[in-house]
Write a protein that binds this ligand. Structure first.
Ligand code: NAD
Ligand code: MG
Length: 385
């Protein structure tokens, strides 16, 4: 029996992880499940999986969680401290699937505990990449990428030496507005932005896919996970999302990983690694798909691509600042407070106005994150005044 915990259990990735675990209940013992405020979803998942503890991030929901868990045998806990404690609660395998920099402390705690951490929460790696990779080295934790592109790269690397890698190609669907002009993007609504053509995902990452900020965050994520140098990581638009990424070696041999666009495939890879398990996912039917298309990314229409590469090159606190500004702007867009094109504009404004020293500790990252959020709120106030 493997002891597993899922951070962000009520989300898209969290529920896909639970789905796989519940198909083979004899192999897993669920230690901790967490959510931010979805008490009903968390309690249902905890009852179904016999979790030892369920943690609600927002303490205001503690009593409601206790009520919902009464008689279940699952212990209730609440607050950020409890999230961090749950990360050290003895799981062999943890899924880090909280969205945003809110996942940073729990993810770091899971890494410091030294088990296997399956990482979906890209924002924590973007914000604190160097410190996080140091923590992996210090504790001997195993960090397995779940983001489909990074999971693909991990599979294509198959233990090869990074010195032999000539180029990593991150594929991108291009999102729902791949062919739209800037003018056509201006009036895009939240409902249009979250309707991704290939993947079903949480709201924040869906908007990030539409602005292509997601691919930019993934560039930074890849640079930490696979340190071949930023100049060896490129982005290629591939609308069908069948090839999840590629690695070209110096002998000019290129390996690609393919599969249906279903997150349960990379999650299953991380769950079973170094073995393999069966999934209920669709087999790839290339004859039906018929063709695979590719095009160069367009930084003019998708400025997030340019901003993320700039932040990656600047390093230090810049990626944390970029990420925080983006989180604030995306939340405002989803509430209808700003327009679609404002998102990248706000991020650029914050990046230009605010810089912070190179973070030495997680607290430094969170300080830069908080300052950048304030700055983004100010920029938005001027925008909507
Ligand atoms: P989601 O919005 O569906 O779920 C987010 C989860 O995080 C929920 O369980 C929520 O309760 C929890 N959460 C949110 N705010 C929190 C807070 N402040 N404190 C504690 N918990 C909080 O998101 P998702 O689509 O599942 O994405 C999760 C992460 O995985 C993101 O970082 C995303 O970029 C990454 N990811 C997702 C997909 C996908 O297909 N959905 C693919 C690749 C990577
Ligand atoms: Mg991805």
């Amino acid at each position: 029996m493997r002891k597993v915990s899922i951070f962000g259990a009520t989300g898209s990735v969290g529920m896909s992880t639970l789905d796989l675990i519940q198909r083979d209940p004899d192999s897993y013992q669920v230690v901790a499940l967490t959510a931010h405020s979805d008490v009903a979803g968390l309690a249902a998942a905890a009852r179904q999986s016999n979790a030892a503890v369920a943690v609600i991030g927002d303490e205001a929901h503690y009593e409601a969680l206790k009520d919902a868990l009464r008689g279940s045998g699952t212990e209730a806990a609440a607050g950020e401290g409890a999230l961090v404690d749950a990360a050290g609660a003895g799981a062999d395998w943890s899924m880090a699937a909280i969205v945003g920099c809110a996942g940073l402390r729990p993810t770091m705690a899971a890494l410091k505990a030294g088990g296997t951490v399956a990482l979906a929460n890209k924002e924590s790696l973007v914000s604190a990449g160097a410190l996080m990779m140091d923590a992996v080295g210090a504790s001997g934790a195993t960090l397995l990428p779940v983001d489909s592109e990074h999971n693909a790269i991990f599979q294509c690397l198959a233990g090869s030496r990074l010195e032999d890698v000539a180029r990593i190609t991150l594929t991108a669907s291009g999102g729902p507005f791949r062919t739209r002009s800037r003018e056509e993007m201006r009036g895009i609504t939240p409902a249009q932005a979250v309707a991704h053509p290939n993947w079903s995902m949480g709201a924040k990452i869906s908007v990030d896919s539409a602005t292509m900020m997601n691919k930019g965050l993934e560039l930074i994520e890849a640079a930490h996970l696979f340190p071949v140098g930023l100049d060896r990581i490129e982005i290629l638009v591939h609308p069908q999302s069948v090839i999840h990424s590629m690695v070209e070696y110096r002998d000019r041999s290129t390996l690609a990983q393919l599969g249906s666009p279903d997150m349960r495939i990379p999650i299953a890879h991380a769950l079973a690694w170094p073995d393999r398990i069966a999934t209920p996912c669709q087999p790839l039917d290339l004859a039906r798909i018929g063709r695979l298309d590719f095009e160069a990314p367009d930084e003019g229409r998708f400025p997030a691509l340019r901003l993320t590469r700039q932040a990656a090159e600047a390093g230090g606190a810049a990626p944390a600042i970029l990420n925080a500004a983006n989180e604030v702007a995306v939340a405002a867009f989803l509430k209808g407070a700003i327009g679609f094109l404002d998102i990248a504009m706000i991020v650029e404004d914050v990046l230009n106005r605010y810089s912070a020293p190179v973070p030495r500790r997680i607290d430094d990252v969170l300080e830069a994150d908080a300052q950048a959020r304030n700055m983004a709120a100010q920029v938005m106030e001027r925008l909507t005044a």
